[in-house]
Ligand binder design. Structure first.
Ligand code: NAP
Length: 400
């Protein structure tokens, strides 16, 4: 019998047989989920014998939910995820028109999953545009709720936009061209600091050398500049004994067990990731910066096909493939299940089952090294043999 995962005093309490809800996803979702689940079960068996296993619980969302219930994201699904706290999902179709919000955004906002976590690392053999792609190994923590993505935006010429323009110019003398579209960029100390705290906790737990705050505070002094200032502040106040600001760590005289806190202006950070990637390990960024950096970094190590992701809050987490539903390949047993498989590895790592996570990552790495890969990698790798989604899973399982 499975049991629920709990959360107490800022930590997951994980039974040996946790119930974990999954959303299979639309399009190619069922193909990749089927493959991923077999890999997870094999890695669990390998790492823990019969001691630990997951009871997977299907919950509906997307097209499958709409067909069965008439709702894209039924309340029952949200209730189950809330009750079980940690879930994993395949990609979902975003219904076009009809005023339906993205299901992914709804999940994030309803469960307050404020940290979007994207590890970016290289797997030997994957074609990359870089000469030394293995030098990049970062985990990006992107704030997920605030900033220009918070949804406070008004169309050019709308009554709302005009009213905001009139208010700002009459009250504060702001100079805004009449008829402009308006977007608001709210960034709070609370929202910024809880994200930076997650990044520092992760760096301490996984013994990563530094946390870099990425911001455009030279231009946006109070929002992005606030992010930088609040980040250093919370590092000092909550983790003073275990972190050290870069300025005090110059010359390498600091205690090596301490995590170095640094900051970089966003544009410089893009250049740094290309030129000196090995100087960075954990990155904490506001929503927009983090979004752009995640995909750019993923491209450096060979694209988005393998990039996993997790959306994590306090006591709730949903892990997901970062690509879409690739509908033209649905049911063909063709696409790469790597993204959802690595998202599962992230999930096990978050729950403290590092041995299971390592087994999965090792299996995937070896499968790629053996050059038996799905079409997307096979078309770019000389001498590779193209295999189906299920055969690729088989190959990973051989190596977990
Ligand atoms: P997409 O589904 O990511 O597909 C774009 C292309 O990326 C595919 O045609 C394929 O390239 C490649 N690709 C994607 N997943 C792959 C995989 N697992 N293995 C190998 N190649 C893969 O993006 P889209 O066509 O823009 O979006 C389709 C639907 O997905 C939309 O409804 C969108 O809203 C939704 N979506 C959902 C999420 C999510 O749930 N997180 C994220 C993004 C998009 P080739 O054609 O070159 O083979």
């Amino acid at each position: 019998m499975g049991e629920r995962i709990d959360y107490a005093d800022g930590r997951w309490v994980v039974p040996d047989h946790p119930i974990i809800p999954f959303i299979e996803g639309d399009g190619t979702g069922p193909d990749i989920w089927r493959a991923a689940r077999r890999v997870f079960d094999a890695a669990l068996a390998k790492a823990s014998g019969k001691k630990r296993r997951v009871e997977w619980l299907e919950v509906l969302a997307g097209e499958k939910a709409f067909k069965a219930t008439g709702h894209w994201l039924p309340d029952a699904t949200l209730d189950q995820i809330r009750a079980h706290r940690v879930a994993i999902k395949g990609p979902l179709t975003t219904p076009v028109g009809g005023g339906i919000r993205s299901l992914n955004v709804t999940l994030r906002q309803t469960l307050d999953l404020y940290a979007c976590i994207r590890p970016v690392r290289y797997f030997d053999g994957v074609p990359s545009p870089m000469r030394e792609p293995q030098r990049l190994d970062v985990v990006i923590f992107r704030e997920n709720i605030e900033d220009v993505y918070s949804g406070v935006e008004y169309r050019a010429g709308s009554a709302e936009a005009d009213a905001v323009i009139a208010f700002l110019s009459e009250r504060f003398g702001a100079k805004i061209r009449p008829g402009s579209a308006i977007g608001i960029k709210p960034m709070s100390k609370f929202g910024s600091q809880r994200l930076v705290v997650k990044a520092i906790q992760y760096a301490l737990r996984t013994r990563r050398a530094s946390v870099t705050l990425v911001h455009k505070g030279n231009i946006m002094k109070f929002t992005e500049g606030g992010f930088r200032e609040w980040g250093y502040e919370v590092a000092r106040e909550r983790f003073g004994g275990r972190t050290v600001p870069e300025a005090d760590a110059a010359g390498g005289s600091h205690d090596a067990a301490k995590v170095i806190i640094k900051d970089r202006i966003t544009d410089a950070m893009f250049a740094q990731l290309v030129l000196r990637p090995d100087e960075y390990s954990v990155i904490a960024a506001p929503n927009l910066n983090g979004d752009l950096l995640s995909d750019a970094a993923a491209a450096q190590v060979g694209g988005l096909g393998l990039a996993p992701g997790g959306n994590v809050g306090d006591g709730y987490a949903v892990f997901e493939a970062t690509h879409g539903t690739a509908p033209k390949y649905a049911g063909l047993d063709k696409v790469n299940p790597g993204s959802v498989i690595l998202s599962g590895a992230m999930m096990f790592e978050e729950l403290g089952w590092d041995d299971v996570a390592s087994a999965i990552v090792r299996g995937l790495g070896e499968a790629i090294r053996s050059r038996r890969v799905t079409y997307d990698l096979a078309r770019l790798m000389p001498d590779a043999t193209e295999v189906s989604t299920s055969q690729f899973a088989e190959c990973i399982i051989e190596h977990v």
